[in-house]
Ligand binder design. Structure first.
Ligand SMILES: Nc1ncnc2c1ncn2[C@@H]1O[C@H](COP(=O)(O)OP(=O)(O)OP(=O)(O)O)[C@@H](O)[C@H]1O
Ligand SMILES: O=C(O)[C@@H](O)C(=O)CO
Length: 408
């Protein structure tokens, strides 16, 4: 294994796996830190954690355990993958985890590059944009767990770490890999080990990729992985993929703008679950009964607008509501699997984390792409589509069900 990746959520990890596979790297996504050794044919391993919204000390502990395992597999370069919208709070977890990984690896210079141009995430002058909006005006300011109210990533990261944050501007990136390397060296010389990396286009990410050959630790979104596979002597043998038909159910706990549009546009059977129902102990068996009684593609969702989410959180507490809903979605996935469902679609990083943890596969094979950043995946006889909150076209649920059937 050459490249060892640590993802802070499950959908984000599959987004990264999708990029690496498309760039020709044999990649496996592991669910948590594996117990035994990896298949020696694997070229990139993505250890998917659910560490984005947990206490920082716990996120650090899990990430270091993942690092140890990846080092044991022979990796020479490590990538800490977080969200392309830099989802974090002023306590972390991006800064503290990166600091711990940098210490463990003795990394002198570490970049932070959440850019993912294919989905509209770009970084210019240290500021993160989503399409033509600053991060703080993109809808992310209302995120239920990690509201992002400051688009200046230098300031956001500085609040999470113990030192000054550097910056490599787009004007330098456009001069190519040599100029990038010189700028990183100058930042390190000036005592700025952590550096925000401007990137607007895929070409910029490819330049970054070349500049980062040999760096021990990189952090960012899946975009920064575009140019990394080219630095390794890959076998060029991608595995064949077989699709899967049969009944399919969609679960959505994501409250993002994109997901709410997809829920509204879905023209199959829909069952809304409110935070109050989840807190009152709605049985997963009842939701599974409902889904199995439907034709077509049933969708069970708690996706709600920011006012509804804020009211539920105010009344019951943010963590309690999240735990009740995530617990319910995970348990429903388990009941559906026990009743023979072999295709599941899940929307939302935390929600998908709960679903995958409930199904408890060891590893996920990465298949064809549904929409940018969202691949189909397989764990034994279960085929999954895990969608990050903000990803996917308006007809995502129906499209996912179609792509899940296709061979490649
Ligand atoms: N109706 C609701 N009221 C309050 N909280 C909700 C409601 N529906 C979902 N939630 C919670 O909001 C959180 C949504 O996070 P999740 O990561 O699943 O989606 P997302 O943030 O849109 O996706 P991503 O992390 O991939 O961007 C979950 O913890 C979920 O339980
Ligand atoms: O980077 C992204 O936007 C996604 O992979 C993700 O992590 C959202 O949860």
């Amino acid at each position: 294994m050459y490249l060892g990746c640590i993802g802070d959520d499950f959908t984000g990890s599959s987004d990264l796996g999708n990029t690496l596979v498309k760039q020709g790297m044999r990649t496996v996504q592991y669910v948590g830190v594996p117990q035994g050794p990896a298949d020696p044919a694997v070229e990139a391993g993505v250890v998917a954690l659910k560490s984005r919204s947990i206490p920082a000390s716990e996120a650090v502990r899990l990430s270091l355990a993942a690092l140890d395992w990846l080092r044991d597999q022979g990796c020479t370069q490590f990538l800490f993958k977080y969200c392309s919208t830099f989802d974090s709070t002023s306590e972390g977890n991006i800064g503290p985890v990166a600091e711990a990984l940098a210490e463990a690896l003795g990394a002198e210079s570490v970049i932070f590059c959440p850019a993912f141009p294919a989905t509209g995430r770009t970084i210019y002058q240290g500021h993160l944009f989503v399409g033509d909006h600053l991060l703080s005006e993109s809808g992310m300011q209302h995120h239920p767990l990690t509201p992002m109210t400051d688009p200046d990533l230098r300031r956001v990261l500085a609040a999470q770490i113990g030192g000054a944050v550097g910056h490599v501007p787009a004007a330098t990136v456009w001069q190519g890999p040599e100029a990038i390397r010189a700028a990183l060296a100058a930042e390190a010389q000036a005592g700025r080990r952590f550096v925000i990396a401007d990137a607007i286009r895929d070409e910029d990410l490819l330049s970054w990729g070349r500049a980062l050959a040999g760096q021990r630790l990189i952090t960012g979104g899946s975009g920064i992985a575009l140019g990394l596979p080219g630095n390794f002597p890959l076998s060029g043998q991608a595995g064949a993929w077989t699709g899967q038909g049969g009944r399919v159910v969609a679960l959505s706990g994501s409250c993002s703008t994109a997901t709410r549009r997809q829920v509204a546009a879905h023209d199959g059977p829909k069952r809304e679950v409110t935070a109050e129902e989840a807190l009152a102990g709605l049985a997963p068996e009842d939701l599974a009964d409902w889904a199995l009684a439907q034709d077509g593609l049933p969708l069970i969702y708690s996706s709600a607008d920011p006012e509804t989410v804020a009211a539920a959180q105010k009344a019951h507490g943010r963590e309690k509501v999240a735990a009740a809903l995530e617990g319910l979605f995970g348990a429903t996935a388990r009941v559906l699997a026990a009743r023979g469902i072999r295709r599941l679609i899940s929307a939302g990083g935390e929600t998908s984390g709960a679903v995958v943890e409930a199904l408890a596969p060891d590893a996920l094979e990465i298949g064809p792409e549904i929409d940018p950043g969202v691949p189909v995946m397989r764990a034994g006889d279960m085929v999954l589509a895990l969608k990050s909150g903000n990803f996917g076209a308006e007809d995502f649920f129906a499209k996912a069900a179609r792509v899940m059937e296709q061979d490649q």
